[in-house]
Design a protein around this ligand. Structure first.
Ligand code: BGP
Length: 467
């Protein structure tokens, strides 16, 4: 479609970048931090060891100076639950003090802090005590944590994200505090119950934020992988629509409408895995909807109809190739992939933004988008043109959507600085700033600005004029 383009992004547009505490901070046993679930899970040697990460816990000052030099208008980060409430119950002043320093430095530079309340980092103690997100007690625990954050930081932090990628918490057993072996028929029901509790918890925390913090903006960060139909066969179109219902709208409908997506409800009924639901909780969700929707976008999927005529209990989590009788993911030769096999489709971001807006009419903020790649240091420099291309192509889609009138308030690239990938380690890099360590060697952890750093700095300065 051809349409007239805006020349520049609006001057209120929040150009930014993101991190999450467990992936960037390190300092695992410093400052009174308690144990989180991921500290406990079995380590893939050198890969999922977050004990030092990018050592941001000790180098936060230097890092924020670099974010300022980059020109960020917003910096998205999470506040570690176990740093602030090591046992999930009692407040650790040292934890609050650490984030005070970060928030104050950001605010001093005029960088808007955007805080994720919960980004995959769950206190183990709460799982030991009552089963974590599998119990309704988790709702109160999460609300209590949010209450501490809002009360302490609400004078300086106006932008909040409730839960990061709920879909990737509930469908990954170890993030719920379960072992891989526990995946099975029963797990399916646990996934749905945990999802429901997290939606209730989200509504309660949105309500609380609106009560405590004047002019607050709060919403979830979801991860749509918008499906494109594998062919012009209408069955593939229905399969791709159904995929979207079961991969992200099933969460957003509860957040934004206080209703179950009909396809999702039927899916659960057929498998006898419906959660226990209370009418007043749905009401609470309907009355406490988000101010904006955070969108994490990396990849999309190509989806075909599944010919199987039966209902199968998957017994395991996310990234299923086929959902019997409903859809199957297929290869798409038109779409290139990253070194880790993730589809690269910038248009998918427009599809997600248009679709989400048309369904909910809420402002949107891109909370993550980036390219995981191997970077090479050549004579002290990193020429990451592949990352620049990736980000430029996605930003062009956003410029297009803004030109069409979609309300997009900001863009946070993943990630501000290299950090430990959730499941792939340090060698899968995303940052504008290189951190000198590898999966196996800690080295000196020095920071080096990549070519993409200077490129993004210019994008921000000229508000996307050359895109
Ligand atoms: C999202 C998470 C991030 C980050 C990112 C990249 O799902 O919110 O925490 O890790 O994905 O994924 P990965 O690290 O697996 O490449």
């Amino acid at each position: 479609m051809y349409h007239k383009q805006i020349e520049r992004f609006p001057d209120t547009f929040l150009f930014g970048a993101s991190t999450s505490s467990f992936q960037v901070e390190g300092g695992q046993t410093s400052g009174g931090r308690g144990e989180a679930l991921h500290d406990r899970s079995p380590k893939k040697a050198g890969i999922t060891d977050f004990s030092t990460a990018s050592d941001h816990y000790h180098r936060w000052e230097e890092d924020i100076d670099l974010f300022h030099e980059l020109g960020l208008k917003v910096y998205r980060f999470s506040m570690s639950w176990t740093r602030i409430m090591p046992d999930g119950k009692n407040v650790n002043q040292e934890g609050l003090a650490f984030y005070d320093k970060i928030v104050d430095k950001l605010v001093g530079y005029g960088i808007e802090p955007l805080v994720t309340i919960y980004h995959f980092e769950y206190p183990s103690k709460l799982v030991d005590d009552f089963g974590g997100w599998l119990s309704p007690k988790s709702i109160d625990a999460y609300e209590e944590f949010a209450n501490v954050l809002f009360t302490h930081f609400g004078d300086r932090v106006k932008y909040w994200l409730t839960i990061n990628e709920q879909d990737h918490v509930i469908k990954i057993s170890e993030r719920l505090g379960l072992s891989k072996e526990s995946e099975g028929v029963e797990f399916e029901g646990q996934v749905q119950q945990a999802n429901y509790y997290m939606c209730v918890a989200t509504a309660k925390v949105i309500k609380l934020a609106h009560e405590i913090i004047p002019n607050v903006k709060i919403g979830p960060a979801v991860n749509p992988m918008p499906a494109i139909p594998a062919s012009a066969n209408p069955l593939d179109v229905i399969a791709s629509m159904t995929f979207n219902e079961l991969s992200h709208y099933y969460i957003l409908d509860l957040h934004c409408r206080g209703k179950f997506s009909p396809i999702h409800w039927k899916y659960m009924e057929d498998r006898d895995i419906c959660p226990e639901v209370k009418e007043e909780e749905l009401q609470l969700m309907a009355e406490n909807t988000p101010d904006f929707i955070g969108i994490n976008y990396y990849l999309n999927q190509t989806v075909a109809h599944s010919e199987k005529e039966k209902i199968e209990l998957r017994g395991q989590g996310v990234f299923m190739e086929e959902e019997a009788g409903i859809y199957k993911l297929v290869e798409n030769k038109e779409i290139p992939q990253t070194d880790w096999g993730w589809n690269i489709c910038p248009e998918g971001l427009s599809i997600a933004l248009m679709d989400v807006y048309n369904r909910y009419q809420l402002p949107m903020l891109i909370t993550e988008n980036g390219l995981g790649a191997y970077d090479e240091v050549v004579e002290g420099e990193i020429h990451d043109t592949y990352r620049i291309d990736f980000l430029a192509n996605h930003l062009k889609q956003i410029k297009d959507c803004l030109s069409l009138g979609f309300p997009i308030i900001g863009y946070c690239a993943w990630s501000a600085i290299d950090l430990v990938s959730g499941r792939e380690g340090m060698d899968k890099r995303y940052g504008f700033i290189y951190v000198n360590r590898t999966n196996d060697e800690l080295r000196d952890l020095n920071r080096i600005k990549k070519d993409s750093f200077y490129w993004y700095q210019n994008v921000i300065q000229e508000r996307g004029y050359s895109l």
